[in-house]
Design a protein around this ligand. Structure first.
Ligand code: HEC
Length: 155
């Protein structure tokens, strides 16, 4: 089996029993969970990058691309609470997440929803033109920052 399929299998195994409260998770499980959630956020960053480039004038504004990227971001950030379900606090493996993710889960989930809505609004704005896009980008960016300030270790 390739590593890719191995890690998919592992991820499936890992996320299946999440509703049960497991006292202990193995280091391997914690590592896979951290990779999965960081992978999701890397993909979010992958789609967000060109939007920042367009806002800074490093890339030409392309309303169709901006709208499509923002729509994908809206879907991706909705998955954040799912991929953070496994509590990896006790495992000693370092990540960018603060403990508050697992002590303040409702607020964490709410921030994901706010971000998803802001990205959806950005998608709509981008299809209307550059100035609406620029206006909506601020709110979308703040929604990322709003969560990072409370739940991500300072960079
Ligand atoms: C609901 C909370 C939340 C929202 C909303 C959120 N993030 Fe994050 N983000 C996090 C947390 C927590 C981490 C650290 C994850 C870890 O290291 O385990 C993170 C990490 C990242 C990373 C680093 C991934 C890596 O490990 O390489 C990027 C890039 C990122 N976020 C981009 C964004 C962008 C862009 C947005 C907005 C479109 C966004 N995030 C919205 C919580 C959030």
């Amino acid at each position: 089996m390739s590593n890719f399929f191995k890690s998919c299998a592992l991820t499936t195994l890992l996320f299946f029993p999440l509703t049960a409260s497991w006292a202990e998770i193995s280091e391997e499980q914690a590592e896979a969970a951290i990779k999965t959630r960081q992978g999701l956020l890397k993909v979010v960053g992958y789609y967000f990058g060109p939007l920042v480039g367009m806002a800074r004038g490093q890339l030409e504004f392309d309303g169709e691309l901006a709208s499509s990227n923002a729509e994908k971001i809206s879907q991706l950030v909705q998955m954040i609470p799912d991929v953070f379900k496994l509590d990896t606090r006790e495992n000693g493996i370092s990540s960018g997440a603060l403990d508050s993710v697992w002590t303040n889960t409702n607020d964490f989930a709410q921030k994901a929803t706010i971000s998803s809505e802001a990205a959806m609004a950005l998608s709509k704005a981008a299809s209307e033109g550059k100035s609406s896009f620029l206006q909506a980008l601020g709110a979308a960016g703040s929604s990322c920052k709003g969560c990072h300030e409370e739940y991500r270790k300072p960079q």
